[in-house]
Design a protein around this ligand. Structure first.
Ligand SMILES: [Zn+2]
Ligand SMILES: [Zn+2]
Length: 356
């Protein structure tokens, strides 16, 4: 089974070819179809901002490391007991790369994200097929194409980020980072009735994209005085909700200064393992009573992500598509930042679910 994988550990941004991380297309065995499993012929699998971290060995260094957890496709086979959610061969689906066991103490305590048996079904989905437990699979709504459907998983992250903000209608909201998660979070926060909705992003094309999809203000944190602009936009009060979707170590500390008293700051990205954020407890937790939180994975967010998928504007996030065998070029394009999101077409599947 042709699968996109990390074939050499290293930074994909390393200027030295000899030590740079490498992405290749390898043959991996197709896992057996268990009685409660479904096999999905993958249509599209999107490159995630976390994939370069995998190339750096964040979750292990044994290559090849199969990639891909943001995917859509069509069910081609079903185990004999995979019937509890009414899934059928031919269904257009997307899903959650994580299978929560439902049995361990964290699962039973409503904290699926800390499931102790979570890795069992985390299989590479940037491949010809992926075999998942039926509990991981969601049928796409009729109006959602396979192309857009591969964004179910990142949409679930945006939903989870919104949950963690505890946003209320009318709250002033700033989002730092105009990558895919930031852009999706922007649309989700707009749905929540966010005001003074602001995108902080150094790349002009990403600021413009945010402005097309609901950002009322944009800040260039490099060319502008972020704190002064934020004060001007919020009439000195600061933002009630601040979301980091950049993962940038340069960006994260300044966010505490644009947060209002009593605000929630969600660090909604992946950060370098050894990076530490200086935190003045007197200023930020005592005087300002900030709530600081983060997002690891997104339990319970998929059904709601599925509900909002037809309402999201996803064309710009799904415009750059590469074929499976061109995955190395697709990752080069991802690293270059030329496209807001890069997709891999894993099979050429006629989408029978939507009129095009
Ligand atoms: Zn992802
Ligand atoms: Zn569990």
């Amino acid at each position: 089974m042709r699968t996109v994988a990390v074939t050499r550990i290293g930074s994909l941004r390393d200027p030295d070819e000899a030590t740079r991380g490498r992405i290749g297309v390898v043959d991996l065995p197709e896992p057996p179809l268990g009685p409660e499993d479904v096999r999905i012929r993958v249509a599209y699998s999107a490159i995630c901002g976390s994939d370069p971290h995998l190339a750096e060995g964040y979750f292990g260094t044994d290559v090849p490391i199969g990639l891909g957890h943001e995917l859509s496709g069509v069910i081609e086979a079903r185990g004999e007991r995979a019937t509890r959610n009414g899934l059928k061969v031919g269904d257009r689906v997307a899903g959650n790369f994580l299978r929560f066991c439902g049995t361990c103490r964290p699962c039973q305590a409503g904290k699926q994200q800390f499931c102790e048996n979570i890795q069992e079904y985390n299989r590479p989905g940037m491949a010809e097929t992926v075999t998942w437990h039926e509990s991981q699979v969601y049928r796409l709504p009729g109006g959602v194409s396979l192309l857009h459907g591969c964004l179910l998983e990142p949409t679930s992250v945006a939903v989870r980020i919104a949950d963690k903000t505890n946003v209320r209608v009318g709250d002033r909201v700033a989002i730092c980072g105009g990558g895919p998660i930031g852009q999706l979070a922007l649309q989700v926060m707009r749905m929540h009735g966010a005001t003074a909705l602001t995108m902080i992003e150094p790349i002009a094309a990403r600021r413009e994209m945010a402005a097309r999809h609901g950002a009322e203000h944009v800040i260039d944190p490099v060319a502008e005085d972020q704190r002064a602009r934020a004060a001007e936009i919020t009439e000195g009060g600061g933002y009630d909700v601040v979301i980091d979707a950049s993962g940038s170590t340069r960006a994260v500390s300044g966010l505490l200064d644009i947060a209002a008293k009593g605000a929630t700051v969600v660090y909604g990205a992946m950060y370098p393992e050894r990076f530490e954020l200086p935190l003045n407890l007197s200023d930020y937790l005592y005087l300002k009573e900030l709530t600081l939180t983060g997002v690891f994975v997104s339990p319970y967010a998929f059904p709601r992500a599925l509900q909002i998928l037809p309402r999201l504007e996803l064309d710009e996030l799904t415009a750059a598509v590469f074929d499976l065998e061109d995955a190395p070029a697709a990752f080069d394009a991802h690293v270059s930042g030329r496209h807001p999101k890069v997709l891999i077409r894993c099979n050429d599947i006629v989408d029978e679910g939507v009129a095009s």
